[in-house]
Design a protein around this ligand. Structure first.
Ligand SMILES: [Zn+2]
Length: 466
């Protein structure tokens, strides 16, 4: 007798969609196949009409770096906000260390301590390199299991200082040294992640727009030129390539960047592309039509319909291989009461709505299929963060992280669905089609129809790059 069987569904594996189910024992998937071959288990669930889909991995979260930046706040954020992840079908995340000048190993250990015992999902930690002295810490923090480093190359001046960086931000010289240290480690090579968005022209335009009284989300989209991502992708990508390190470009927003990265990938540059659920699901104009206002201000900006179509195609042709949310635990007090250009950029915790939005805008509009979606929300992130095949796939030997989806259920999104620390939603009232009915983490049913039904302990994922 096995522990658990789900049967009578359509199972999304890495290579095909199978009519049948999955067999789970000791938290691991033992078998995937037709109902007649599943055998018997202590618990058997009939999921007729439903899709069995891999638990998603969100590669881009900033727990503990929103309303406050502290480990205490991070602890709260792990405890509260990861509930939304489970309800939304996200079973693993990668989240950043707190933006602090502390040595990287200390920051990493404190982040780990904030997550263990609090997190409802399994997690990886991305170390944020904010200071020159951090680069020498890289080999040591890699020994602790860190396989991803984040560089805010898109900031300089006082905005960089507010984020705990030097006024010159992360110039190529600092990134170069970081690559030197990362490539000296005996551990498998990490990913080097950049927020690509050339800052000096952007800041000049922001001042100009502000003085002329422009203050809408379309102006926000316009102040960050279409080449602002690609110029940094080239500069930092060439440096990373010299050290045989993959450059991971977070939150790609522009069609121009996609075309540019495609060219570099064809020349053999190991560039990894990530985009955001919000970039795929809305536009500056749509946010304005829905009067979302300052809550829709994110860096880089949510842009135009023409960009959105190219981003969707990039998921199908493989230029972009990861989708994240850039979830930050913000409440309205850091958005309201500020003039447009002064309010902090960034969305709030978005983990709940990823799948319904991607099903509605992607699957139901015929922009991609279930196999392609699984590649970019589960397998791709797991591979980039060195936890594939333990995570990211429904196949024998992988952790039993999967979700049951009712593809036809229609309902409105909104704040009322969240157990996280959100007090607003940029998706308020948006009608979606497709619901996460059940979420399983390592074989345990943890969330069901919008509620947490058992408290699994999230684990820190070490994993070395394969
Ligand atoms: Zn981010």
């Amino acid at each position: 007798m096995k522990d658990l069987i789900l049967k009578n569904g359509r199972v999304v594996t890495p290579t095909q969609v199978i009519e049948g189910g999955v067999v789970v024992h000791n938290g691991v998937i033992e078998f995937v196949g037709a109902d007649s071959e599943l055998g018997r288990a202590h618990q058997e669930i009939d999921v007729k009409g439903m899709i069995i889909f891999p638990g998603m991995m969100d590669p881009h979260c900033h727990l503990g770096s929103g309303d406050e930046r502290s480990f205490e706040f991070m602890k709260e954020s792990f405890a509260q906000d990861t509930q939304d992840a489970l309800i939304g079908g996200v079973t693993s995340i990668a989240t950043t260390t707190v933006l602090k000048p502390d040595p990287l190993p200390e920051n990493y250990k404190n982040t780990l301590e904030a997550g263990v015992g609090q997190s409802h999902v399994d997690f990886k930690i991305t170390s944020v390199v904010t200071r020159d002295h951090h680069v020498a810490d890289i080999p040591e923090v890699m020994e602790l299991g860190c396989s991803s480093f984040k560089f805010y190359t898109g900031y300089c001046g006082c905005l960089a200082e507010k984020m705990g960086m030097n006024p010159d931000g992360i110039p190529p010289s600092v990134f170069y040294q970081a690559c030197e240290f990362a490539s000296q480690s005996s551990r498998p090579r990490p990913i080097m992640m950049i927020h690509a968005e050339e800052p000096t022209v952007r800041f000049m335009l922001a001042d100009r727009f502000k003085e002329s009284g422009k203050n809408t989300l379309l102006d926000w989209a316009e102040h960050s030129p279409e080449w602002s991502e690609s110029v940094q992708v080239y500069q930092y990508g060439v440096i990373a390539h010299q050290f045989h390190l993959p450059l991971y470009v977070v939150h790609i927003s522009k069609a121009h960047t996609i075309d540019f990265i495609r060219g570099l990938q064809q020349q053999g540059y190991p560039i990894v592309g990530e985009t955001l659920v919000s970039f795929l699901s809305t536009t500056a104009q749509d946010l304005m039509d829905r009067k979302v206002g300052i809550y829709g201000k994110i860096q880089p900006p949510i842009r135009y319909h023409s960009d959105q179509e190219v981003l969707w195609k990039s998921l199908v042709d493989g230029v972009v291989t990861a989708i994240g949310t850039d979830s930050i635990p913000y409440t309205s007090k850091y958005k309201d009461h500020f003039p447009f250009w002064e309010a902090r950029p960034g969305l709030n915790i978005q983990l709940l709505d990823s799948l319904p939005l991607l099903l509605t805008e992607g699957i139901h509009k015929g922009r991609l299929d279930y196999l392609q979606l699984a590649k970019v929300v589960a397998e791709g992130p797991a591979r980039h963060f060195s936890v594939f095949p333990q995570k990211g796939a429904i196949q024998p030997g992988s952790d039993a992280d999967f979700i049951v989806i009712d593809p036809d259920k229609e309902y409105p999104l909104g704040r009322h669905r969240s157990l996280g620390h959100n007090d607003y939603s940029i998706w308020e009232g948006k009608k979606v089609k497709g619901e996460v009915v059940q979420t399983f983490l390592r074989g345990q049913l943890v969330a069901q129809q919008g509620e947490i039904v058992s408290h699994a302990k999230g684990e820190h994922l070490k994993g070395g790059r394969i």
